[in-house]
Write a protein that binds this ligand. Sequence first.
Ligand SMILES: [Zn+2]
Length: 511
Amino acid sequence: MMYGLLATGTLALSGAPGCAIQKKHVPDYDQDTPFILTHVNVVDVISGQVTPDAHVIIDSIGKIISMGQGPVELSPGHRVIDMKGRYLTPGLIDAHCHSTVSPVFAMRMADLVKHARQQKMNYVNTINSGVTTIRDMGAFTGMLRWFMRDIEKGRLPGPRVVYCNSILNVKGSHPEIPPSDVNFFARPASVFMGMMMSNFKGPDQLAYYLEENARGASFIKLTLDNKTIFCKKDPTLPVYSTKELDTIFGYAEKKGLPVVGHHHYVFGFDRAMEYPFHSIEHVVSDQYLSDAQVQRMADRKVAIVPTLTIAQSYLMEEAFDGIPAELKSDWVDDELKVRRHYFDMEAGNHCEPSLHAQNLAMLDNYKRYKQSSLFEHKKFLVNPELYFGMVNKGFANLKKMKDAGVLIGCGIDAGMPLNYFGGLYREFEIFQRLGFTSLEILQCATINNAKILKMDDSIGSLDPGKWADMVAFDDNPLRDVQVLRNPAMVFKQGQLMYSSRDLSGESAFSS
Ligand SMILES: [Zn+2]
């Protein structure tokens, strides 16, 4: 029985072996020749200037050589791609996601093949939405390596992946769900898939997991809260001891790895300010931060990836017969409207529709059970009040951070239920409703995220010497941020990864 299960799991998870996914609308042509984009409006995300009718020259390894206006001298080997007046931005970056995870509350045996496909589509939807680099914030490590190998070999269209392997946690802390309770094959298959959490108990295990997780990793991910996000009788969570944090930061310094911390509560925020955290993830939702707290964060140069989209996704109106007056606000009303529209009209483009429907059906449990008993019934639903708090208090806290000059990045925690890959624009549009300008939003998604990934010397803006990660749009995204929903062409490291139109027949793309 066990072997059968393993075989099924492994087969499904490797996603129908030999069946590569094609890049959408990209004809088969020799992508290793240097090329030049002509008649393109180049968006400088740092100054906000647009250079009209420009050209961009890219070398054969996928780096930008030069850019400019006016006549250009072509070497005979160059392919010329006429961009017909489109707007070119740097490839977008998603600084917080979980790419190996099928974004559901619970998995059913019968849906194994759907989940395997969804896990692959996480990467495809990402690249097709103009995102050329992701920061994976906790993965099934074995699976991550399969998918990265498939991306590298061209069998799976996907972004560049920066990762931490698994999350380094005190045993029993967030997210305190035993994986085998979500996913029936998690325990046996972890041999192949790897684990998403390294839950340590004692200094020896901590030392072991630090080394294990450092392999290939660009950072260390911790979780800082002392309280759960779930509907549960006892909300308290164990936290790292001071000694454990000293060990972790000592190791991080020795290896040159930045440390990033998950938090939803002011407890986690204050704790993060006592150590040299590089970024904190999500935003304080149980309290309005004081000016002094925010100033301290700015002074310590701690960046934030607020993932406000989770607040929108988890505005669980399903938990109430009518939303209690004390949770309501204009922000809540606006986000609820957008949430309903997204769930009904757009989510099906990003998640296998029957899996999305299962997620929505799961929300009926808010009324079926007493809230405090959901967890013990293995219904792992989040505490709705916390996320109403994230909209009301969290949004205000982020605005304060922006005014204090904190470096703000973006991501939507894709991979978590109801937060689907391909939906990074949801975060842009929340930022817009909060009063960010289009340029500021584009900066969050490019140069700011590149700094958060410590990769701003190679990605995040269109400059000679950087990778040719580029997205073309039919209109100017500085005029309207909604333009970012629909890329016309996506290049990663000089390779065309996606086109909204069929390019076969166009001479620039023939072999
Ligand atoms: Zn996350």
